[in-house]
Design a protein around this ligand. Sequence first.
Ligand code: DUC
Ligand code: ZN
Ligand code: ZN
Length: 463
Amino acid sequence: MNSALLKNATIITASQTIKADILARDGIIEQIGRHLDAADAQSFDLTGRYLLPGGIDVHTHLDMPLGDIRSCDDFTTGTVAAACGGTTTIIDYAAHAHGETMAQGLDAWHQRAEGKAVIDYGFHLTLSEFTDRTLRDMERIVEAGVTSFKVFTAYPGRMMIDDAAIFRVLQQAKEIGALVCVHCENGQVIDALIHDALAAGQTAPKYHPLTRPAIAEREAAHRVISLAEMADAPVYIVHVSSGAAIEQIAQARLRGVPVYAETCPQYLFLSAELYDGIEFEGAKYVMSPPLREKLDQDALWQAVRNRMIDVIGTDHCPFHFQSQKTLGRDDFTKIPNGGPGIETRLNLMFTGGVSEQRISLNHFVDIVSTQPAKLFGLYPQKGEIAPGSDADFVVINPEHETFISAITQHSIVDYSLYEGMRVKGTPEKVFARGELIVENGRFLGKPGAGRFLKRQRSSHYAR
Ligand code: DUC
Ligand code: ZN
Ligand code: ZN
């Protein structure tokens, strides 16, 4: 197998910054120290470069069925894009269709990923309904190495389950050592607002955010946190988009409720005026929750700074603008929900976080790699630079600038949310289990090299 000797790097982990060499053999970090030598290893001089643990994106939707279409990146194009952006592990949301067992849903996702993923991957399991067998099924799924679930308070009739069901899922998760991830928006009120909008002939993309107000997110966050509190179980709130939801999380933490929170770059960098774009341009930003106001961005950055946000995910769920988003040209509710982001998570967070001096380099590593690994049962195999950990690394030249563009990106989606944005922190090299898989934007790895990761319990349960 491979041996790699990484010399003279500035190693950044969530807890320290050191100058040292790293020797990796057979995909694992063997040694960290000064003046290491290994004649049989391929050597890389990383003077002047930062070396971090590979990024971990715990919120992706690759090859995801939605009605008659699928999110356009499959497990090859999506993970190539992830790798080129410095992400060496993803956790994708598997789901089961109504009437299917969770195991059937999980099998379908294994088939989508196997032989295609270029980086290591795990799955969460999304509940699309709550039935007599849900709680039993959850145990089997955890035994299969899938230690987190997702439930929705949105999309009545499709994905939403009621409060008692969420409460039962939370209780069971605590019992079996799993973590429940929740999409928080009040789906029933949103459906009423959508009904009113359509009845008034309001069909353009700009009505998407108006029918999904931040209060609907705040209400659901409050309710879900209260359910977790009553179940005495931890809860992880996905894609937090508003200052109003952050307030709920902050208050809950003050009460000692173990609520964990994720946001995504789109909510930190973009805002709702983009829905007013000419023609149908606003459809590019149709995702749920929707983009919010500038004040929400400020609140979210503040929450990142004060560690109210634990994790930066992407909710990468790409649909082509030209051929898929257009399904909703005459009705915004038919625009497939979701946007791309898997490739730009690290450079955006490096730029907005580290370069703009909002967070330290170590904090940056923590939210894009170490905390995701810990909360989702991958630590210290992933998310750490230490002997025995996987040799997944990102090498960054802190001075180098690039421009984000759909033309140069690796995802096959036909647009970028950040077209033309100037960023630092685009990886120069990426290693996955000791193999150099990306160099200067060129992908060098191969489909099928990624392995399924059977995950342990969340670090929450080790507290
Ligand atoms: N929620 C997600 O987490 N992803 C895609 C769509 C959605 O509503
Ligand atoms: Zn969601
Ligand atoms: Zn999602």
